[in-house]
Design a protein around this ligand. Structure first.
Ligand code: FRU
Length: 485
């Protein structure tokens, strides 16, 4: 079947129930499907949206195109949780059902205001000549999860192109601010644009944020600001970023900057630092972060990349979200850790030892390893008998290097952008790894979250061996992880 423009933007009401049920069955039955990470019920998911705390619970939405593994007419699907680990699916929440979001309810954020959840997102509208207008929309969700009162707040000002989207709603003192990804008309560079409002109705543009002295590509998507350990962390996706400014391997990077503070009125970061990759693995994009009422900063990422095909496209579904990670700053460095409550998914704790860690697994586990200093080797995951097919972690604690290698990991993904990702850490010390595998997803936390490497992999699902290539001195604990989704 060919995905014509007409087909991608066909109203949901024109699809038949049987098609949707078949797509749901395909996604549910896939051996590559995740079972403790948020994933599509059918079709494609992308950005996390509206990550917030409201009415005593955490809320999280994601961008969804339910009718296939393509970027079509987008909506928001709603989940809630008490603990950031066990999520309840509340179904479709923001539909592309108005003039302003006729071609997609695009990404945005949420915040509890006066007993309701205020949603702020981009309505993607196109006219009959396919000319796009990005409308920034406000809507209110009540405690029953019903989204009402959609209102257009503002559209792109004259000096900004149609690339103007993904508002994050913030509050400082008694004023609301919104930051958005933008491309200026004059030079076609990427920016974060800052807006302000006293009443959420009347909005005024303040100007671009001084994120860096460098040009940050041609467009910035999904900007987020969170306060972490007395600092301000800005997370964003600069498309077309020159690799001399900050090196990266994925088609588009997800980067962050740490600043001492922010002065919203003057759209100025105080002492912004250099750009860093948020995740040093593959496939992380559009990360969304927010400060919970107690101040804790949490983030969740899309594990998937724009303009990239994945092997499950053949099964008509694609992508997932990462686990929720807690942010902190130690010695000026951003630390990303699993939330404490992820431990509630652990089953059957088992101390592991020897060259072969496991002959077989269900593909759904956490493996904690402490690899003693001054060793090199390769750890194979999802491996077959002779280790010719596997996902590999190569470590060298002398040379302080860790490499995630998916060259031999079955079906290929985005090989034009390389098959390995590496990170470095303190040499001659024990290497602490906390590795989460959920079928076709791996998340590796290095030395307590100093580095995170995430990635999808598509080895033959029958191969579930975990084995070192040589005798290695380590301590390890293995847990099966419970199915929650
Ligand atoms: C990022 C993005 C956003 C946009 C959304 C549409 O992945 O392109 O900029 O709002 O996806 O689904």
């Amino acid at each position: 079947m060919e995905w014509t423009r007409e087909k991608r933007y066909l109203p949901y009401s024109k699809w038949d129930a049987e098609t949707l049920l078949d797509l749901q069955a395909e996604a549910a039955n896939s051996a590559y499907q995740m079972h403790y990470h948020l994933h599509p019920i059918s079709g494609l998911v992308n950005d996390p949206n509206g990550f917030s705390y409201f009415n005593g619970e955490y809320h999280l939405f994601y961008q969804s195109y339910p009718f296939g593994a393509v970027h079509g007419l987008k909506s928001w699907v709603h989940f809630k949780s008490q603990d950031l680990v066990h999520w309840i699916n509340l179904g479709l929440a923001v539909k592309p059902d108005s003039m302003a979001d006729s071609h997609g309810a695009y990404s945005g954020s949420a915040r509890e205001i006066d007993g309701k959840l205020f949603l702020m997102y981009t309505g993607n509208h196109r006219d009959e000549n396919w000319v796009r207008t990005p409308y920034q929309i406000g809507a209110w969700m009540d405690k029953d999860g019903v989204v009402k009162d959609k209102t257009v707040l503002f559209k792109n000002p004259d000096h900004i192109t149609e690339h103007f989207r993904d508002p994050q709603i913030l509050k400082e003192n008694d004023t609301y601010y919104a930051i958005l990804g933008a491309q200026d008309k004059a030079e076609k560079h990427g920016h974060i644009d800052v807006w302000k409002s006293k009443d959420l109705k009347n909005w005024e543009e303040l100007g671009f944020l001084n994120l860096s002295d460098h040009v940050l590509g041609y467009m910035i998507e999904c900007p987020n600001i969170v306060r972490v350990g007395g600092k301000v962390v800005v997370i964003f996706c600069p498309q077309g970023l020159d690799k001399k400014i900050a090196d990266y391997d994925d088609i588009y990077p997800n980067m962050y900057v740490i600043a001492d503070d922010i002065d919203f009125e003057n759209h100025r970061l105080i002492n912004p630092g250099p750009l860093h990759n948020l995740d040093e693995g593959f496939d992380v994009y559009a990360t969304q972060a927010f400060n919970a009422p107690d101040g804790t900063a949490y983030e969740v990422s899309w594990v998937g990349l724009p303009d990239t095909t994945y092997p499950t496209d053949d099964e008509n579904w694609a992508n997932c979200l990462s686990q929720v990670k807690k942010l902190s700053i130690h010695d000026g460095k951003l630390i990303q850790e699993p939330v404490e409550t992820i431990k509630s998914l652990r089953r059957n704790e088992e101390k592991v030892s020897g060259k072969t860690i496991k002959e077989n697994t269900t593909g759904q586990y956490e493996l904690k390893l402490n690899i003693s200093a001054n060793q090199t080797g390769t750890l194979h995951f999802a491996a077959n008998d002779d280790l010719s097919e596997s996902l590999q972690i190569k470590f060298d604690t002398n040379d302080r290097k860790l490499t995630l290698d998916r060259a031999q990991a079955g079906k290929k993904v985005a090989v034009d952008y390389g098959t390995t990702r590496s990170t470095s850490f303190t040499p001659h010390e024990d290497l602490k790894l906390d590795i989460f595998v959920d079928h076709s997803l791996v998340e590796i936390f290095v030395n307590g979250g100093e580095h995170v490497l995430t990635g999808r992999f598509f080895t033959d699902p029958v191969n579930q061996r975990i084995k070192f290539d040589q005798d290695t001195n380590y301590q390890g604990t293995f847990y099966n992880m419970e199915t929650i989704l």
